[in-house]
Structure formats: structure tokens, C-alpha cells
Design a protein. Structure first.
Lengths: 198, 258
């Protein structure tokens, strides 16, 4: 594999990855500010980690970054599926393989020699976060346009349930990011590969 | 060592601050700091004047105008907001305004006149009795606030589309604007004004609209967020000139549709 000169991650993947990260950070921070306007749990996000300064500003950021997230996500999914990369890199995937790789990872015996190859835990995690992002967009659509998308609204249990779905999908994405960053810290080469491609 | 360290720290601290100030004073350093902060700390965009806040705000406003267009395009004039059984009405229905409950305006029913101006054929001012004599209809719908919360209420009054047709409004005009007794003002697009659930509202839950919900008249639109639903409406005008709104002028999205 060492004589392979192709980039580990193609340029379109690196570009969409970082644009997605930017959109996700803006959406999460502005979303926390919007949540603070009417919290449905017994806590608020500290103003210091929110974006927008006030509700109106936060909504402006949120409803601007949503276009970046949606357009960039669409490009990512189309390139990923269209190039065959999705099928090649993420499948086959079995629960048994996930458990085996998770055990190996926890014992520090998972090989990272070839960054081109996603292990089963990575495959599962990245596929999961793709589905989670789609759920975030769909529940967000219901919150934005609950009257105009009646089918979507009813599928998600109505406006109030969609609010909770949107929140928990955000929380799940945030949890993924924490683990994702911890993994990158453990294998810093992966960060270089996502920046330079090599 | 232990005794000496505080003194050394103090001296070092002074030196460090001095050195930092000297460096920050160099234009190239300042530029570098600005750039790194701009890239690194998105949150700084909100609190600090390090980046050009005006240009960021203008860009966000342009996206908001674009979002108005998208919403106008998504708006289906025949798509109805869901209605609910009366058992699902939220009690008590929340009060919300740009002021507190202690500042709720008291409008005198007898001297009240609803002005109708702009691109309309009949510009006479309506008394409350005249409005009450028009055919009445009602709805139990969900009110969604821009803050995120929602509540179900029951409103009654006159179909706004039929009222507009009665006063001979130019329905090819772009906007309908509203001025209120509590100095609130807002405006809506003509397709929403003509939506079958847009209601010139005179009653709440079977009784005359109480002051906290906008006596004597509010415009109720289940297809728009709460701040687009003006209370204590005193004047309606049909226009092609963008009228803006109390919150909209401060940055809330103008279309504000749901």
C-alpha cells in the first residue's frame, strides 16, 4: 500500500467534510441559543458557547447555515454513492464485526496502518452519523415549515415531538463529535489525511 | 525557591504584558491576530468588534431575504394548518408580547374604529359592531412562537379573504400592513392574507377577545409564527411598498411562515 500515490481521501470528500464541520458548528451553537429562548428541559446552554447574540441573530445564523449543511450534505451523498465509495468503504458491515473491532479497539489492538480501510466501528459510526444528519434536516424542516410539509410533520409525530427529535438528534451528533475528536487525538495522522489527503 | 517564586512571577508578568503590548502594537501582528481569531473563534463574531460585524449582519440579512423568497415559493395557498378538538386547547393560553402583562393596552370598544387604507376601493373606518355583523367563522389551531413553544387556541371572527374582497382590496398588491394600538406593526404577503385560515379575529374561546390576546381585533394566521399575528389592530393598509415590522426590522425573518 505504501507505493499507492492516490490520496487517502479524495478532494471532494475533504472539502465536504470541512464544510460540513463548519455548518454543524454554526448550527449547533446558534441552535443552543434558539433552545434557550424556550427550554423544554431544566437547563440552558451558557450564553458564551452560543452564537447570534440574541434569538433573532441566532435564527439568522441557523437559517443561513442550514443551506450550507443541506447543499453540502447533498453533494457528499451524491459523490459518495455515485462514485461507489459508499458501497466500497462502508460495506460489508455486520454486528459481529462491529463487536470484534470494538473489543480490539478497547484493548488497543486495532490496526491503523492503512487509513484507507475503515474498521467496522468506523463504518457503523459514520453511517450512523449520516442517518442522524438526515434526521436533523427532516425534523428541522418540520420545525421551519410544519404547515407546508404535513406528511413529514405527521411522520415525526407533530410539531412538538419534532422539536424533541431535533434536539436529541443534535445531542447525538454532538456526542459523535466528542468521540470522533478523541479518536483523532489518539491517531493524529488521520487529521493530516483529512487535510492533505495523504 | 517557593518564597521567591511569587516575586519572580510578578516581574515576569510585567515583562510579558509589556512584550505583548509592544507586539500587538505592530500592525502586522494585529492583522495576524485578527485573522486567526476570525478563523478560530466563530463565537467571537457575536461579542467582539474584531471582525466587521456590519458586513456579517448584512450578509445574514441577505440570506433572510432569500429565505423570504423560498418561503413564498413553498407556500401552498390551499394547504391548511392542522385543526384540533377543543379538548386539546392549551389552558391557560400563554400571553406574549414585546412588553409585560402590566402594560397590556386597554382599547375602548365604543370609540374603536378599524381604518382600512391603501389600495382598497372602500376606505371607510369600521366600528366593532359592523365587524361583528359580518359572517363569522372559527378555528382551533396551533399557535407557534418564534421562541419554539406552541399552544393550541380557539379563535373566531371574519375570514380575512372575504373582508378584503368586501372592501375591494387590490389582491394583486404585494403586502398587507397592520398598525396596532400597542405601537406594534407588521406586514404580510398577499397570498397569506388570502389563505382560507387567515382570520380577522374578534373572539377567543367563544368570548370577545380579552385585552391580553389583543382586544378588540387581532389577525390570526395559523400559517405564520406568533410575531406575524398582530394584536389590537387599528389600521390595515394594502400596499406595494414593503412595510417591514416591529421585530422584522430588528432581524426576525419577514415571511415568518410555518
Amino acid at each position: 500500500m505504501n507505493d499507492d500515490t492516490r490520496p487517502i481521501h479524495p478532494a471532494w470528500l475533504r472539502a465536504t467534510h470541512w464544510l460540513n464541520a463548519l455548518a454543524a458548528v454554526i448550527l449547533a451553537m446558534s441552535g443552543w441559543r434558539i433552545y434557550n429562548a424556550s427550554p423544554f428541559f431544566d437547563f440552558r446552554f451558557a450564553d458564551g458557547i452560543t452564537l447570534g447574540g440574541w434569538l433573532g441573530g441566532a435564527i439568522q445564523w441557523h437559517f443561513a447555515a442550514m443551506w450550507l449543511l443541506a447543499a453540502n450534505g447533498l453533494v457528499y451523498l451524491l459523490c459518495n454513492a455515485g462514485s461507489g465509495r459508499l458501497a466500497r468503504k462502508f460495506f460489508p458491515l455486520s454486528p459481529r464485526a462491529i463487536v470484534a473491532d470494538l473489543r480490539a479497539a478497547l484493548r488497543g489492538r486495532l490496526s491503523h496502518a492503512d487509513l484507507r480501510q475503515y474498521n467496522a466501528v468506523q463504518r457503523a459510526a459514520y453511517l450512523f452519523v449520516m442517518v442522524d444528519a438526515v434526521l436533523l434536516v427532516l425534523s428541522g424542516l418540520v420545525l421551519w415549515k410544519s404547515v407546508q410539509f404535513p406528511l413529514l410533520r405527521e411522520l415525526l409525530g407533530g410539531y412538538e415531538i419534532a422539536r424533541r427529535v431535533h434536539f436529541f438528534a443534535m445531542a447525538t451528533l454532538a456526542a459523535f463529535v466528542v468521540v470522533h475528536l478523541a479518536m483523532v487525538a489518539l491517531v493524529p495522522r488521520t487529521l493530516l489525511a483529512m487535510i492533505r489527503g495523504r | 525557591m517557593i518564597k521567591k517564586s511569587p516575586r519572580r512571577l510578578a516581574i515576569d508578568g510585567d515583562a510579558v504584558v509589556k512584550e505583548a503590548l509592544r507586539r500587538i502594537e505592530q500592525p502586522s501582528r494585529r492583522l495576524f491576530l485578527q485573522r486567526t481569531l476570525t478563523l478560530g473563534g466563530l463565537s467571537l463574531l457575536t461579542g467582539c468588534a474584531i471582525v466587521d460585524e456590519d458586513s456579517v449582519e448584512q450578509a445574514l440579512m441577505r440570506v433572510s431575504r432569500f429565505n423570504d423568497k423560498v418561503q413564498g415559493w413553498l407556500f401552498d395557498p390551499k394547504q391548511l394548518a392542522p385543526t384540533y378538538p377543543e379538548t386539546m386547547i392549551t389552558r391557560p393560553f400563554p400571553f406574549n408580547a414585546y412588553y409585560g402583562q402590566d402594560e397590556i393596552r386597554q382599547v375602548d370598544a365604543d370609540s374603536y374604529r378599524l381604518e382600512v387604507t391603501g389600495l382598497v376601493a372602500d376606505r371607510h373606518a369600521w366600528t366593532l359592531a359592523e365587524l361583528g355583523a359580518l359572517p363569522q367563522t372559527g378555528q382551533v389551531t396551533r399557535h407557534i412562537c418564534v421562541e419554539g413553544w406552541s399552544a393550541i387556541g380557539k379563535w373566531g371572527g371574519v375570514s380575512f379573504a372575504s373582508f378584503l374582497s368586501r372592501v375591494g382590496a387590490d389582491t394583486s398588491a404585494k403586502y398587507v400592513g397592520f398598525k396596532c394600538a400597542d405601537d406594534y406593526y407588521t406586514s404580510i404577503d398577499m397570498p397569506t392574507a388570502l389563505h382560507p385560515q387567515t382570520l380577522l379575529t374578534l373572539s377567543y374561546d367563544g368570548r370577545p377577545l380579552p385585552p391580553r390576546y389583543g382586544f378588540p381585533m387581532k389577525l390570526r394566521m395559523p400559517t405564520k409564527l406568533g410575531y406575524k399575528n398582530p394584536k389590537h389592530v387599528q389600521a390595515i393598509f394594502v400596499t406595494n411598498t414593503y412595510p417591514g415590522g416591529y421585530w422584522e426590522d430588528q432581524g426576525y425573518n419577514w415571511f415568518g411562515g410555518s
